[in-house]
Design a protein around this ligand. Structure first.
Ligand SMILES: NC(=O)c1ccc[n+]([C@@H]2O[C@H](COP(=O)([O-])OP(=O)(O)OC[C@H]3O[C@@H](n4cnc5c(N)ncnc54)[C@H](O)[C@@H]3O)[C@@H](O)[C@H]2O)c1
Length: 250
């Protein structure tokens, strides 16, 4: 498939598991790629994973919590490639806390990365996406739908992403920009592998709540849906969320 020939995609969280898989998928379908993350070292690994070939690619380090950095990143991308067709927001963070122990600074950091960072990227990309009749795919989560024990900041941030993305979809439907979310269940990545649980947490209960019925998916299982939603094949789909959870939520 060459659904993104001549198109430019910007992927945040491109140094992480799902973001990197999205970058590889979109590049494999012909997109020029702007890969964005605040982890410069891991971002280099993503650039290497994209290979050399004829691919046009650009790596930009950016902390999505910082509006000046976000504005500059989108500008550099458009200055370099001349256009922007797809924005894929995968930058994110997860932490577990007992509700009574969650500190405001930790709550605020989760909201700043997952929700405010996604909003800032959308805000600065939308004028360019309007010019190209492009689209947005944001990362929500099953936690936005069903909650997750010990993850109140994470679930709240992802619920915000769902509602915000639907609102962007409504505001921009007549202006030619589509916006959708994907809601993965448990996917093995750095986010889910390097996690600390509070001592009092009932981990068995947590795993019961997040276990899929289908065999576990890897990040490619998310990337293929992200590419479909970002592509013109999904021309009549906006304001929607796709659960990619192997039946976890039934
Ligand atoms: N893995 C899962 O089970 C799962 C489930 C549901 C939703 N998600 C969502 O999918 C997205 C991708 O997750 P993943 O599993 O690939 O995680 P990951 O930890 O592998 O990747 C996340 C990436 O975001 C980057 N990042 C974090 N804070 C940033 C910031 N302030 N500025 C720029 N980059 C920043 C990290 O450096 C990392 O490369 C996230 O939004 C996550 O919440 C993941």
């Amino acid at each position: 498939m060459n659904r993104f020939a001549g198109k430019v995609a910007l992927v945040t969280g491109a140094a992480g598991g799902i973001g990197r898989a999205c970058a590889v998928q979109l590049a494999g379908e012909g997109a020029a790629l702007c890969c964005v993350d605040y982890n410069a070292e891991a971002l280099n690994d993503t650039m290497a994973a994209l290979g050399d070939g004829n691919l046009q690619k650009l790596a930009l380090t950016c902390d999505v919590r910082d509006e000046a950095q976000v504005a500059d990143t989108v500008k550099q991308c458009v200055d370099h490639f001349g256009r922007l067709d797809a924005l894929v927001n995968m930058a994110g963070t997860l932490r577990f806390d007992m509700a009574v122990d969650l500190e405001v600074k930790d709550w605020s950091n989760v909201i700043a990365i997952n929700l405010t960072g996604t909003m800032l990227m959308c805000k600065h990309a939308l004028p360019h996406l309007e010019s190209s009749s492009g689209s947005i795919v944001n990362a929500a989560s099953t936690a936005a739908h069903a909650g997750i024990p010990y993850g109140i900041a994470y679930a709240a941030s992802k619920g915000g992403v769902l509602a915000m993305t639907r609102s962007i979809a409504m505001e921009y439907a007549k202006r030619g920009v589509r916006a959708n979310t994907v809601s993965p269940g448990h996917i093995a990545t750095g986010m889910t592998n390097d996690i600390t649980f509070p001592e009092e947490a009932d981990i068995d209960f947590l795993f019961q709540r997040t276990e899929s019925i289908l065999p576990p998916a890897d990040p490619k299982g998310v990337a293929s849906m992200v590419a479909l939603l970002a592509s013109e094949e999904a021309f009549h789909i906006t304001g929607q969320d796709v659960l990619i959870d192997g039946g976890t939520l039934g």
